[in-house]
Design a protein around this ligand. Structure first.
Ligand SMILES: [Fe+2]
Ligand SMILES: [Fe+2]
Length: 243
């Protein structure tokens, strides 16, 4: 199913409930009746075309219209990426942490097992926070400045000084997957820990981790195939003008 402006948003959710967090990220509130994507986007001041590209990207593995996403102002993409950072850090990771705390083993291994799981979780969360904080404080603001200089056709001292010490290329070369430590966390649970006495919680933790992993992989894909190439192109154009 390809989601278009005339698709009813309720149908979209019935079709794929995993789009709920994406819709939430655009600040669309439920109770929207039979409205189409276009009607609901207009009501919520959301760019309909951008919304359609993002939901289709999450909905269909094969649907990936990079050209189309690259054509939107980068501030749309950055705004969306910031919202997903907030969702990872303020909603999903606290939820997984809470679930880990709820686990218990009735025998003497309880403390040891929880300590092992916590150690891996804390390491994973630390990596996510470092990654997202660097993007929020350094990378995204730099990219938005580049876009501003580029779109206003400015090559004044302020723009030149910004390009002197930084380049999108540095970010491109050092940009890692957010998911590297997740594999360890998943394997500890799937392969190594003895079964917990409330194993329903284990099922929830694993489901949450796999969902988060997919969300983060799509997030990184947007950074690598939309944000970086568009910003890098703008940066190069600016550098040519400065010479
Ligand atoms: Fe990010
Ligand atoms: Fe990233």
């Amino acid at each position: 199913m390809i989601i278009s402006k005339d698709t009813k948003l309720a149908e979209v959710i019935h079709h794929n409930y995993q789009l709920i967090p994406i819709i939430y990220r655009f600040k669309i509130k439920f109770g929207f009746g039979d409205g189409t994507v276009e009607q609901i986007c207009k009501k919520n001041n959301i760019n309909t075309e951008f919304f359609i590209e993002i939901v289709n990207l999450f909905h269909n593995e094969d649907y990936y219209s990079t050209d189309k996403l690259q054509s939107f102002p980068l501030k749309y993409t950055v705004n969306y990426l910031l919202k997903s950072h907030q969702y990872f850090n303020r909603v999903k990771l606290p939820l997984i942490e809470k679930l880990i705390h709820e686990l218990f083993w009735e025998d003497a291994s309880n403390k040891k097992n929880k300590d092992i799981l916590n150690k891996f979780f804390v390491q994973y969360r630390k990596e996510v926070i470092e990654h997202t904080t660097n993007e929020e404080k350094e990378v995204y603001p730099f990219i938005l400045e580049i876009e501003k200089c580029y779109s206003e056709n400015k090559t004044d001292d302020l723009c030149i000084s910004k390009l002197k010490h930084k380049s999108v290329k540095d970010y491109q070369e050092s940009h890692d997957e957010l998911n590297s430590a997740l594999l360890d966390l998943k394997n500890i649970i799937i392969k190594y820990l003895p079964p917990a006495d409330n194993s329903d919680i284990i099922e929830r933790i694993l489901t949450e981790i796999f969902r988060l992993e997919k969300d983060m992989a799509d997030h990184t894909r947007i950074e690598n195939t939309v944000l970086i190439p568009v910003a890098y192109k703008m940066e190069n154009e600016l550098r040519k003008k400065i010479k």
